[in-house]
Write a protein that binds this ligand. Structure first.
Ligand SMILES: *[C@@H]1O[C@H](CO)[C@@H](O)[C@H](O)[C@H]1NC(C)=O
Ligand SMILES: *[C@@H]1O[C@H](CO)[C@@H](O)[C@H](O)[C@H]1NC(C)=O
Ligand SMILES: *[C@@H]1O[C@H](CO)[C@@H](O)[C@H](O)[C@H]1NC(C)=O
Ligand SMILES: *[C@@H]1O[C@H](CO)[C@@H](O)[C@H](O)[C@H]1NC(C)=O
Ligand SMILES: *[C@@H]1O[C@H](CO)[C@@H](O)[C@H](O)[C@H]1NC(C)=O
Ligand SMILES: *[C@@H]1O[C@H](CO)[C@@H](O)[C@H](O)[C@H]1NC(C)=O
Ligand SMILES: *[C@@H]1O[C@H](CO)[C@@H](O)[C@H](O)[C@H]1NC(C)=O
Ligand SMILES: *[C@@H]1O[C@H](CO)[C@@H](O)[C@H](O)[C@H]1NC(C)=O
Length: 380
């Protein structure tokens, strides 16, 4: 009789009349379900084309949903799995499906295959660990996918994200919410093929870096990177940002490093209009600049103590000291040997004088024409 009660809106009297025998009753129940599938399922509220089955401890999606349902809320229940059998009749008109807060652990292969017109899917606030291949139909129309707080833990989230986003061609996808997940690193092919993705939130997802190439494919316009673990943005990432005209990025709430690593980021931050919340960015390192707004930091303050520049600087100082010491020792030696040096100089002077005198003498002889002839003759 339980199955009967799920089909309100049907004439129970009629059914009871025919159901004299046990087998006969089963047949009629089936018939009743088929005939009366326009009725509202048990524990759900239906109004026009919206069905709400919220906080009812359901462990699966009600199967007898009105065929003309457009918007379906099955939130705050206890549904651990969604698969191809979750929508047995197919809901041709369904555009919005809300499944948040369900302890959802797995989404099976082809799970949404029978929802050909699904536009918005909310899987937020779950514990998804596995996401089947081709969960979405080939020519799906999905535009918004909410995966906020959707994954189990960080050891698996990044892989699950990849399998979700590559699980079917999400060519229409425009808005993707990946906030409040422990992603750490986004796979660099995560957004590949998402040719219409314009709005991505990665807020509070423990992101430590944006890998080269991650943002190349989608025509992003809004990118929320607030409250992550980013310490600096490398030149390659800034270059990718600059290639996207009209992109707006949110960056506050990250532990920015205000040292030589910010040399490229700071001019970009000061000049570009892409960083929407630029005035809200603060330094976390080094200690001397902690909590200082990044925009108030001067380029000359961006120093690294432990890097190559510093090493070079100290080695120059050392070289200078050594040279100075050598100079002092040299002067000292000169001073101590001043007598010897004086003697040596006299010696040189004397030697010079002797030499000059000898030269002078020879010159005088050579300049006498008679002697010159004589010397020529003697040469012959
Ligand atoms: C949720 O479902 C699981 C089994 O899937 C069950 O063990 C648990 O008791 C259910 N929780 C509630 C609150 O009904
Ligand atoms: C995703 O769902 C959360 C609640 O679970 C909500 O706060 C957030 O606004 C949703 N994101 C989008 C883009 O709709
Ligand atoms: C994360 O999930 C995996 C797989 O379910 C599990 O083995 C691991 O213990 C989990 N780690 C944490 C910290 O919960
Ligand atoms: C950030 O996400 C974690 C889950 O990963 C959540 O527990 C925490 O409340 C979130 N913090 C904020 C400020 O939203
Ligand atoms: C796109 O992102 C911005 C900034 O995060 C947000 O304000 C806006 O509501 C988003 N649009 C949609 C359709 O979610
Ligand atoms: C990052 O990608 C750009 C082109 O997209 C390339 O020129 C650059 O060398 C790459 N950098 C690294 C570190 O891979
Ligand atoms: C500032 O940005 C403009 C374009 O927005 C660019 O033409 C100019 O060269 C930039 N200046 C500096 C110093 O980067
Ligand atoms: C900057 O931070 C303040 C205070 O947290 C906030 O009210 C404001 O909206 C932020 N500005 C932007 C552009 O996000």
């Amino acid at each position: 009789m339980r199955a009967l009660s799920t089909s309100h809106g049907c004439s129970r009297a009629e059914i009871r009349e025919g159901a004299q025998k046990f087998g006969m009753m089963h047949l009629l129940v089936l018939l009743a379900v088929v005939l009366c599938c326009q009725g509202c399922p048990e524990r759900c509220l239906c109004s026009s084309q919206t069905v709400k089955c919220q906080n009812q401890d359901l462990d699966e999606i009600p199967s007898s949903l009105p065929a003309n349902t457009k918007i379906l809320f099955v939130t705050g229940n206890n549904i651990s799995r969604v698969g191809v059998d979750s929508f047995p009749t197919g809901l041709e008109m369904l555009t919005d499906l809300y499944l948040s807060g369900n302890e959802l652990e797995s989404v099976g292969a082809m799970a949404f295959d029978r929802l050909p017109n699904l536009v918005r899917l909310d899987l937020s606030d779950n514990h998804i660990q596995t996401f089947g291949e081709r969960a979405f139909p080939e020519d799906n129309k999905l535009q918004l996918l909410n995966l906020s707080r959707s994954f189990h833990n960080h050891s698996s989230s990044a892989d699950v994200v990849r399998s979700v986003l590559q699980s079917g061609k999400l060519l229409a996808l425009k808005v993707l919410d990946l906030s409040h997940n422990d992603l750490v690193i986004l796979p660099d092919d995560a957004f590949r093929g998402l040719a219409n993705l314009v709005n991505v939130s990665l807020q509070n997802s423990s992101i430590i870096s944006i890998q080269n190439g991650t943002l190349t494919a989608p025509p992003l316009r809004d990118l929320d990177l607030r409250d992550n673990s980013l310490r600096y943005l490398p030149a390659a990432t800034l270059a990718e940002f600059s290639l996207k005209a009209g992109l707006r990025v949110w960056l506050a709430g990250n532990p920015w490093r205000c040292d030589c690593f910010a040399e490229e980021m700071l001019p970009w931050l000061k000049n570009s209009s892409q960083a929407v919340d630029a005035q809200n960015l603060t330094c976390a390192e080094p200690g001397a600049l902690r909590r200082q707004p990044l925009l108030q930091v001067e380029p000359s303050q961006l120093k690294c103590s432990g890097d190559m520049e510093g090493v070079l600087e100290t080695s120059y100082v050392f070289l200078g000291l050594v040279l100075a010491l050598i100079g002092v020792i040299f002067l000292l030696v000169l001073y101590l040997n001043r007598k010897g040096i004086k003697r040596w100089m006299y010696n040189i002077r004397d030697a010079c004088r002797d030499h000059m005198e000898g030269y002078h003498y020879r010159y005088e002889i050579n300049s006498d024409p008679r002697l010159a002839n004589l010397s020529i003759n003697s040469d012959v």
